[in-house]
Design a protein around this ligand. Structure first.
Ligand SMILES: Nc1ncnc2c1ncn2[C@@H]1O[C@H](COP(=O)(O)OP(=O)(O)O)[C@@H](O)[C@H]1O
Ligand SMILES: [Mg+2]
Length: 469
């Protein structure tokens, strides 16, 4: 089938963005305005051409058709000549940009878990977990590893059908002794053997992530997440302290052979298992605790597979698994997507940085003003001392800080003034004239001010009048 151009799509709001693409909501005008999600492939530097992740994602998604795998409908291309008119307002589309066209899915699990308006009950969790395992079992059966299972990459339709999305890190594997890339998988969902630099790994790495998702749905938040900082060391320390007792001496021997084990110098043994973390908490019964523990097994060889997990007693107790169309529907619920939450987080972070930058600048300005003012005062004080010494022919006492000495018309010279011992007319800072003896001394022996001198208050300096603000 020929590749269509983007002009068949009415591009709408931005749905998300991640490492490999930007996702937009769109309507396919050539197909009854069906809602679709358009993932614009981020081109690598021109010399490197079409990104390998996108090639893998397209190849794998074309091969995988399953109710719990997001459906890749087709690929469309932005053709500047045909499409420029339609997308005048969208400035960052370039000629030959490639878009993957997916079925549109209403929510992502990340947003659902974090929405206070969503009533998320055990029946939902059991159903989503069953659907997730169905999807993962299907891909593992087809020798595919996803390598980025996390709540933001799991989509949920309004009808409660789960779809595994974001196949940018997925790959085919045949031989278990093949060396694969590491690091893979988002840190909070990354298994301990990956954190130890293992490059010969298999479906077990996805199963650790599935265990993290199970815990996240139950606890309504990530369960093994070192939130302050992205650091393999701190993440591994967290796994050790939260579920370290799963590491028996046999398993420890295995880990000692992993490439980066020496990087982690665990001095204390852990006395916690993931089971003890949640034991006794609301919503955790024996079956769910056992399932979680089997998925978050430190030993990749004994970690529970998708097919075994599907037959776990967790799915058969109580009401069993309720079909998606019989579950409570989240109608009219505004769910943030991961990118909304991240965008808000980044915006808040940027606002905080900007506020701090402005505060720093203001502080620097204030410091500069204070310093300039001090320097100005010092210069003026020196000048006043000099003036008063030359006017009165003596050494200043500091009185001139408040009163400026001025000459009356036809007044005496400085020499005369120094000789004169009568009272001077002074005007005080409030402007009232009064007659009183002025202690305008030239030395410590209190010499009266000359009569010919009028003493006026100095003008108060204000920072504003000096043009600092
Ligand atoms: N088919 C879809 N329908 C609706 N939203 C989607 C769809 N595919 C992706 N998204 C949204 O876009 C976000 C990023 O898409 P994803 O495929 O994970 O790209 P990336 O590789 O950049 O992380 C997802 O977390 C999800 O919120
Ligand atoms: Mg993603």
């Amino acid at each position: 089938m020929a590749i269509r151009s983007l002009s068949c799509m009415n591009v709408g709001q931005h749905l998300g963005a991640g490492t490999f693409g930007v996702v937009f909501l769109a309507r396919d005008s050539c197909d009854n305005d069906t809602l679709v999600a358009l993932k614009k492939i981020k081109m690598e530097r021109e010399t490197q051409g079409f990104p390998v992740n996108a090639i893998r994602e397209i190849r794998i998604l074309k091969a995988l058709k399953h109710p719990n795998v997001v459906d890749l409908r087709e690929i469309v291309v932005f053709n500047e000549n045909d499409d420029r008119e339609t997308y005048k307002s969208v400035t960052d589309f370039q000629h030959n940009d490639v878009f993957m066209v997916f079925e549109y899915v209403d929510y992502d699990l990340y947003g659902l878990i974090r929405s206070s308006g969503v009533i998320f009950n055990e029946a939902h969790i059991r159903s989503y977990m069953k659907q997730l395992l169905d999807g993962v079992h299907f891909l593992h059966k087809n020798n595919i590893l996803h390598r980025d299972i996390k709540s933001a990459n799991i989509l949920i339709t309004k009808g409660n059908v789960l779809k595994i999305a974001d196949w940018g890190l997925a790959r085919f594997t045949q031989k278990s002794n093949h060396r694969l890339s590491n690091p893979v998988v988002t840190l909070w969902y990354r298994s301990p053997e990956l954190l130890c630099g293992m490059r010969k790994y298999g479906p077990e790495v996805d199963m650790w992530s599935v265990g993290c998702i199970f815990g996240e749905m139950k606890a309504r938040g990530p369960i093994l997440a070192y939130k302050e900082k992205d650091s393999e060391l701190l993440q591994m320390e967290l796994l050790w302290s939260e579920c370290g007792t799963n590491m028996t001496s046999d398993v420890l021997k295995k880990y000692e052979e992993y490439p980066n084990w020496d990087k982690y110098k665990f001095t204390k043994t852990s006395n916690k298992s993931i089971k003890t973390k949640f034991e006794g908490e609301r919503g955790w019964d024996t079956d769910s605790l056992n399932l979680l523990e089997s998925l978050l097994d430190w030993n990749p060889e004994t970690r529970m597979s998708a097919s075994d997990a599907l037959s776990h007693s967790y799915f058969y107790n109580g009401q069993g698994v309720i079909p998606p169309n019989k579950l409570l529907v989240f109608d009219n619920v505004e769910c943030p997507r991961q990118s909304d939450v991240m965008q808000k987080h980044n915006q808040d972070h940027e606002k905080r940085i900007e506020a701090k930058r402005k505060a720093d600048i203001k502080q620097k300005d204030m410091d500069a003003v204070v310093a300039a003012n001090k320097a100005d005062m010092a210069t003026k004080a020196v000048k006043r001392r000099f003036d008063s010494v030359s006017n009165a022919g003596g050494v200043s006492t500091g009185q001139e800080k408040k009163y400026k000495v001025i000459r009356r018309p036809g007044g005496a010279t400085a020499k005369d003034a120094a000789k004169d011992t009568t009272n001077a007319v002074i005007s005080n800072p409030s402007g009232n004239k009064r007659e009183e003896p002025v202690s305008h001394t030239t030395n410590k022996s209190s010499e009266p001010a000359p009569q010919s001198l009028k003493v006026e208050p100095m003008k108060q300096r204000s920072l504003a009048s000096d043009g600092f603000f």
